[in-house]
Design a protein around this ligand. Structure first.
Ligand code: MYA
Length: 164
């Protein structure tokens, strides 16, 4: 196996390239520049994020957890993982055409996430009933799942949000 390539999918370097058949998704062009808490410092030491759509139009993200996301020594804070799940799953609902805010978010932390790691986030809009949009997703790298999220999004009137 080409170890260079294998390492680049799960490495300590912030290589945020997507996987085969993923196409870049310009979140800022889509929802404005308001996603600053997670995505707003692409050269910084907190998070670095790249968004994609896969071949089935599901939103994916590559996320680097930098040293400023530390919680347990050498590992990401649970709130840092929850923030990523909140943004990526919420954005998945927007990418699917729903103007939402997150009403309820459930996150299960399954494994400690080492700092400096690039991981993937997958999402799926699993239901849409009235104003309630349910999005599921997880943070993972190869066979390891770090966190699983269930996100209840509630549609709102776009005029109630000032998208910059
Ligand atoms: C971040 C802003 C977006 C910016 C643009 C880019 C975004 C990019 C991506 C985003 C990334 C960032 C993502 C973020 O971080 S979004 C930021 C974090 N989220 C918030 O700040 C949301 C705060 N909450 C509210 O604004 C209101 O409570 C909302 C709008 C959610 C509902 O208040 P509203 O007065 O409008 O409606 P309603 O109360 O009549 O409820 C309607 C229905 O929904 C059901 N329900 C409601 N809440 C919950 C709940 N918690 N669990 C279970 N169910 C709930 C409720 O029972 C009812 O059901 P039914 O009785 O009809 O059956």
């Amino acid at each position: 196996m080409d170890k260079t390539h294998a390492n680049s999918t799960c490495s300590n370097r912030p290589d945020l390239r997507g996987e085969i058949n993923w196409i870049p998704f310009d979140a800022a062009a889509f929802v404005g520049s308001s996603l600053r808490f997670v995505s707003g410092d692409p050269e910084g030491n907190r998070f670095r994020v790249s968004y994609y759509l896969d071949s089935t139009q599901h939103l994916k993200a590559k996320v680097w957890f930098g040293p400023e996301t530390e919680g347990p020594p050498g590992h990401a804070h649970g709130g840092a993982m929850a923030a990523v799940v909140d943004e990526v799953l919420g954005l998945a609902a927007w990418a699917a055409g729903y103007s939402i805010v997150v009403g309820n978010l459930s996150v299960s932390f399954r494994n400690m996430l080492p700092l400096h790691k690039v991981v993937s986030v997958e999402t799926k809009v699993v239901s849409a009933e009235g104003r309630k949009i349910m999005v599921h997703g997880r943070i993972y790298c190869e066979k390891t799942t770090y966190a699983v999220g269930e996100c209840l999004c509630i549609t709102i009137q776009p005029k109630n949000i000032n998208i910059r």
